[in-house]
Design a protein around this ligand. Sequence first.
Ligand SMILES: [Zn+2]
Length: 389
Amino acid sequence: MKISRRGVLKITGFGLLALTALPRMAFAARNSLRSLRTGVQPGGKTRLVIETATRPSYSLSYPTNQLIVTLSNTAANTGISPKLAAGTLVKSLAQVQSGDTLQIIVNLNRSISALQKSQIMILEPNGDNDYRLVLDFVAGVPGATSSGVTTATTQSPKKTTAPAKKYVIVVDAGHGGKDPGCIGKGGTREKDIVLSVARKLKTQLDANGFQTHLTRAGDTYLKLAERAAIAEKKKADLFISLHANANPSRAMKGFSIYTLSEKASDEEAKKLAEAENAADKIGVEGFTEFEENIRIALSSLQQHAVAEMSEEYATAAARAFKNKSITQQPGPDVRHAPFAVLRSTVPGALLELGHLSNSAEEKLLKTSAHQDKLVAAIVKSVKNYNFDV
Ligand SMILES: [Zn+2]
């Protein structure tokens, strides 16, 4: 298991705290609360995020106009102030400690129905966050009063005749034109492999009811910011950047999946982001202006929301690849690094499909059968991704 330097500091820090505080405390909780925040998700849904130092163990209850999240073996954190976004169901949040149990009392504008499994996620730590228990629930009807029993959740809000929304996917074939990407020993160029996979992927995604756009349909050079800007312009629901990898060790093989984080999850991820970001050095100026605009456009709450949705997709993608028995590079399912191409308001991930530096995998990546297998895994991951939360 790889633990980031930040993770090690946190574990050490908590260990010391528990040790010194132990004689005066009636209990020593294993877990502790790090932060509380809410946000609005597409479709007007309310998202509650409970960040904890270790993996949370929880139960939920639904008293009138409340949601109560009970965290076992968890210490309260009175030093934090919850970040509440406007336009959610949540009025206020309170922490109640009793013994080693912490209850998060979520005061709501109205009662909600019991959450389904698909509305609850536990996300692994990434470069910027600890463990997160993420709960999504349907927002109240605008203008609804608190009087009477609300039955809106039991009725279908959509007419059966309404056409289903087509989700927009932007598929980005990395590199292109004067930038070949990495080149295998047999002369296979990354830009050709990923373009071939991207085209097949568009055909399959379109056939599955998605509206798919390619950042490049031919052998053209595009700056990283231009790729991210296409995702913005198309108002994409998901952005998938396709790459193939090279490693100084020719024995290294397998796919790996990345999301954006300001801090890299490990040294290898950091080096990879530097290599992929170097694509822009071939062109003229960088992307500082675009990046600056994105930073202004996104509040920190939105950044968290985009990061969480990206993490969710990347996790689904890793699962789909493994289910198709595609070789995985040793390491965690999802890694994080500051990839310039992922810097946008669109959730997404960068998929390294395999290693061109490994001669067996180079041969494999060139075959239509293996490309079809990769495409099938990605289509599955997109279909499994919950666009509505
Ligand atoms: Zn690449």
